[in-house]
Design a protein around this ligand. Structure first.
Ligand code: UTP
Length: 484
């Protein structure tokens, strides 16, 4: 680090920070060791060029916390509903054929965002490493890899998996993939890339030092995905492989219907640039962003930002007018992602959320009781939606496709998610005409070979006489009944 011994560099960077009223980050400079000075200079140099924009962006994000959207500009969107009759069924069957064609042509890749810190879950390690398999305890990544292997086999082509990490999860995720042999996927089809970080701010618009030589930072939100896909070379990699569609989902939803052919087909038939699956909110107060039309553009409004009278509004049929909850499952056109990546500053503004942030100015151990001491900034990927020329919103059933793991216990926890998986597989077995003995508590399906009740039937799996408390539905007539 020759730069440290060069006082001009330090002075230049320090002046930039002073000009943006952030000179305090060098407050401890004279007390730091040489390597600590090097670390701080490295971090501040990287931030200095865009610092003025960063300060401005965070101020706007904080101001937006109090802004109430103008209800007159908001109206209900018109998603493609769950099928109501044979005409709808026919349309979706057609879309499925279209989607299968796109998949078979090898035009679709999978992308999981797995860079979050998973603070609410409180699991040691990246969320993707969480052991969720109801019978096997396989981790979330392993369960998803099974689905990708199954999808690739059925489509008869290679399906790359783009895995977004962050500084918080990258090393552990890479180590896990290495240790687990990429979960059975061809290493050439696994592309791990890291998103950027953003600094944290106190309530006086000042950068927070987590240590005397370090500015507190956190991952820049799932909205960091378009830019990270671009700068990591993932979009180029897609192009070289002839892939122009990216199926995007979150690591913590084990019910994900990977590369859903109907969704892919509707996206294609509509000529959509960005598509979005939605579920029907049960209660107005459900903590989930809703898709609405804002000034005529489909837009996701966070549950914290929707005016209460709109949130609670019901139509003549008694149903919520703003019922379309966003479940963060999207399909993107590659060219659209490139456009958004180039214009992230404009299209994906920062969102600020008050958090307890480790700081040299506060006792870290007391953070929970003291409460938030500043803001973390994030970009949200769904902010890209109104920028798409065309979009497709598709309603799906929550019990079939959405089971997020957010909390350590209770709602949206591993326990509730596992129960939902087991209920789903119990229903598959039932549809395949297989009576599950009442004593069975855990059921799991190997998605690399089975992806529907029809597959269960074809697999020849039937004999549950010795099932014990757990069933692993696997391939061939050798379906295994195992004790948990
Ligand atoms: P959440 O916003 O639920 O965050 O992320 P989280 O990290 O999982 O959990 P908390 O809020 O700290 O408790 C939803 C999805 O977006 C990804 C997460 O990994 C998860 O798949 N994500 C979130 C990122 O990839 N990067 C981020 O910066 C934030």
């Amino acid at each position: 680090m020759a730069a440290v011994s060069d006082p001009i560099d330090v002075d230049r960077v320090r002046q930039r920070f002073q000009a943006c009223h952030q000179g305090h980050v060098f407050e401890y400079w004279d007390t730091l060791t040489v390597s600590q000075q090097a670390a701080l200079l490295h971090q501040t140099s990287a931030l200095s060029e865009g610092l003025a924009d960063l300060v401005e962006g965070q101020r706007k994000a904080v101001a937006a916390l109090d802004a109430v959207p103008d209800a007159a500009e908001i109206s209900a969107p018109e998603p493609i509903r769950l099928p109501q009759g044979s005409e709808d069924e026919r349309r979706l069957a057609e879309a499925r054929e279209t989607g299968l064609g796109v998949l078979r042509d090898g035009r679709v890749a999978m992308c999981v965002v797995a860079g979050g810190q998973g603070t609410r879950l409180g699991f040691e390690g990246p969320k993707g490493a969480y052991p969720l398999g109801p019978v096997s305890d396989r981790c979330l990544f392993a369960l998803q890899a099974q689905k990708i292997r199954g999808l690739a086999r059925r489509a008869g082509c290679r399906i790359p998996w783009y895995v977004m990490t962050s500084a918080a999860t990258d090393a552990a995720t890479r180590a896990l993939f290495e240790e687990q042999g990429n979960f059975g996927l061809n290493p050439d089809d696994v592309f791990i890339f890291s998103q950027g970080m953003l600094p944290a701010w106190d309530f006086e618009d000042r950068l927070i030092l987590s240590e005397p030589h370090r500015i507190a930072e956190s991952p820049n939100g799932h909205g960091g995905a378009p830019l990270a896909l671009a700068v990591s070379g993932a979009l180029e990699d897609m192009e070289a492989r002839g892939i122009d569609r990216l199926f995007y989902y979150q690591v913590d939803n084990p019910l994900i219907r990977m590369g859903d052919a109907v969704f892919v087909g509707l996206h294609e038939e509509i000529g959509s640039e960005m598509s979005c699956k939605v579920i029907r909110k049960r209660e107005a107060a459900d903590k989930m962003g809703v898709v609405a039309e804002v000034r005529g553009r489909p837009t996701v409004i966070e549950y914290t930002e929707i005016p209460p009278d709109l949130r609670d509004l019901r139509g003549d049929d008694g149903e919520l007018v703003y019922w379309a909850g966003n479940i963060a499952i999207h399909l993107f056109n590659r060219d659209f992602l490139r456009r958004i990546a180039a214009e992230s500053e404009r299209c994906l503004p920062f969102h600020a959320s008050p958090k307890a942030i480790e700081s040299v100015d506060s006792d870290a151990k007391n953070r929970a009781s003291v409460g938030p001491n500043g803001y973390k900034l994030e970009r949200f990927v769904f902010d890209a939606l109104p920028w798409a020329e065309r979009t497709c919103l598709m309603e799906v059933r929550a019990e079939e496709e959405f089971s997020p793991i957010k909390n350590a216990e209770g709602k949206d926890s591993p326990e509730s998610s596992r129960a939902q998986l087991v209920a789903r597989y119990r229903s598959w077995l039932g549809q395949a005409g297989i009576e599950v003995p009442p004593g069975v508590e855990a059921i799991e399906v190997d998605h690399s070979v089975i992806d529907s009740p029809a597959d269960v039937m074809e697999s020849g799996f039937s004999d549950l006489a010795d099932a014990g408390k757990a069933i692993l539905v696997s391939t061939g007539s050798t379906g295994t009944g195992m004790d948990a």
